[in-house]
Design a binder for this molecule. Structure first.
Ligand code: BG6
Length: 483
């Protein structure tokens, strides 16, 4: 079936940096369904040609190795532009007119990608509906929505409510780009396509789990947004909780959107709410040194750029196993990793003196240096029974040729094919806010932990390290080796 992808907020950064390069690469790999056209929609006044040539420049810039004149030409011949205000009904009439000019007769799948200011999500959906553009009598009509989906549970519920007035849930695709990452999908494969991990994947064998998304970058020029958001809204409500769900969920009966998401949602329902006294003992918050001097940061801002949370998933599989979630800006290096720390052996036959032998550790290296390492004890040759930590090391780059595709390629393709497995459902988003809201409130109350200033280029506040040591645990503070 022919496809039309309409990008709202087409003059924005995401379009030129991610969406168009992803669609171009899909075209180059011959993965875009034949007869796919792209329509940019934004307020600026461009002709089709000007927009195409702007995108040519940016795509060359962001995909220099993949850019090829002839491929671009065929791709660009299916790009169009319509200017208009997303709140103005006339703009939708103009869009409709353009569709009649560029789409073939008969059924067409249409995707409306909302990459606008969040305040336009609901109005755009309402206008699309009022103009008859989400009516499915002439093919599927789907709405893709970028983050942030609300700023708290109440606003997410209100947005869901507004969308459900005009669309069915199955028409709505809420993006969390972490789900588009190959290594995140591979976690499902690791767990549910292998026999050897799942029997151990529970409280009997796992001592704790660490999920870290560390970034080396600072907030840069994004403080206008970031200062109101902070690390919990920006990284935890979406990406870190997604990683938690996939790590902790039960196997779905089948791999389909609803059954996968049913299992994920059960994890969020099992997360134990914090009591007032837990904010100080179960959470750490920090702000990198120099944040207050960043452009657009108000004097005395209390926004956290680092957080670590200790969460419990109270169900039969995970009871008693802490999940540590941690993320921050301006940290030592860029690394996203899930560390499954197994228990220590019950009896150590080979210990030397008082040295503790560490339990096995499975490190899922989400990015960069994507791969999986299983750390285990091995005998050092020719040294009696001396043992040391070694690793079985699987790396995508070694095993598979070519670079791993960017998340948006997979997500756009899935949305075109009507597969919502890797998109967040309404209840998932609301429950995730239900976990984050009380922490934000706790941090605004007298029960809050201190906001520690941490030096740039380290693993967050010193208190975080001490906090783990006090619990007789240790962060896996290892920067991935890129080669
Ligand atoms: C975004 C956040 O959702 O994810 C950014 O708004 C963050 O602040 C980014 O830098 C991280 O994504 P990735 O794919 O680089 O890990």
């Amino acid at each position: 079936m022919p496809h039309t992808i309409v990008i709202f907020g087409a003059s924005g950064d995401l379009t030129s940096r991610k969406l168009i390069p992803a669609l171009y690469l899909l075209h180059r790999k011959k993965r875009l369904p034949p007869d796919t056209r792209i329509v940019g929609f934004a307020r600026s006044d461009f002709s089709h040609e000007v927009w195409r040539s702007d995108l040519e420049k940016t795509t060359k810039q962001f995909e220099p190795k993949e850019f090829e004149e002839a491929d671009w030409k065929t791709f660009a011949s299916n790009i169009y532009y319509q200017s208009g205000d997303a709140k103005d009904p006339a703009a939708y009439a103009a869009l409709n007119k353009l569709f009649t000019q560029i789409e073939p007769a008969g059924e067409v799948t249409r995707l409306y990608y909302l990459s606008t200011m969040p305040s336009l999500y609901a109005p755009a959906a309402q206008q699309l509906s009022a103009a008859g553009l989400v009516d499915e009598s002439k093919g599927p009509r789907r709405l893709i929505i970028e983050k942030p989906f609300g700023v708290d549970r109440a606003s997410a519920e209100a947005l869901n409510h507004a969308l459900h007035q005009v669309l069915k849930e199955r028409q709505i695709y809420r993006i969390d780009h972490y789900l588009g990452k190959e290594t995140v999908q591979n976690l499902l494969v690791l767990r549910f396509a292998n026999m050897i991990f799942e029997p151990l994947w529970n409280r009997n064998f796992i001592e704790h789990v660490q999920i870290t998304a560390a970034e080396e970058v600072t907030v840069g020029s994004r403080a206008g947004y970031y200062n109101n958001s902070g690390i919990l809204r920006d990284m935890f409500q979406n990406h870190l909780l997604q990683l938690l769900m996939i790590t902790a969920m039960e196997a779905p009966a089948k791999y389909n959107a609803d059954l996968v998401r049913d299992e994920k949602v059960k994890v969020l329902r099992a997360v134990r709410p914090y009591r007032e006294e837990d904010f100080a003992t179960h959470t750490i918050r920090g702000q990198y040194d120099g944040y207050l001097q960043e452009k657009d940061v108000p004097a005395g801002s209390q926004t956290a750029t680092f957080a670590a949370l200790k969460l419990h998933v109270d169900n039969w599989r995970w009871s008693g196993v802490p999940f540590y979630l941690r993320s921050g800006k301006a940290m030592s290096c860029r690394t996203t990793q899930i560390v499954i720390q197994f228990r220590e052996p019950p009896l150590m036959l080979f210990s030397e003196g008082s040295r503790r032998v560490e339990g096995n550790r499975l490190v899922i290296q989400v990015q960069p240096a994507e791969g999986i390492q299983l750390q285990m004890q091995s005998k050092v040759p020719d040294q009696g029974m001396r043992i040391t930590q070694t690793a079985l090391d699987f790396r995508f780059a070694k095993e598979f040729k070519g670079v791993l595709p960017e998340a948006y390629q997979r997500l756009l393709l899935d949305a075109m094919n009507g597969d919502a497995s890797l998109f967040a459902r309404s209840d998932e988003v609301e429950l995730a806010w239900g976990i984050i809201d009380p922490i934000l409130a706790g941090w605004n109350s007298s029960a809050a932990p201190p906001l520690d200033v941490y030096p740039r280029g380290e693993w967050g506040p010193e208190r975080g390290t001490k906090w783990m040591e006090d619990q007789k645990r240790e962060w896996f503070d290892v920067c991935p080796v890129l080669h």
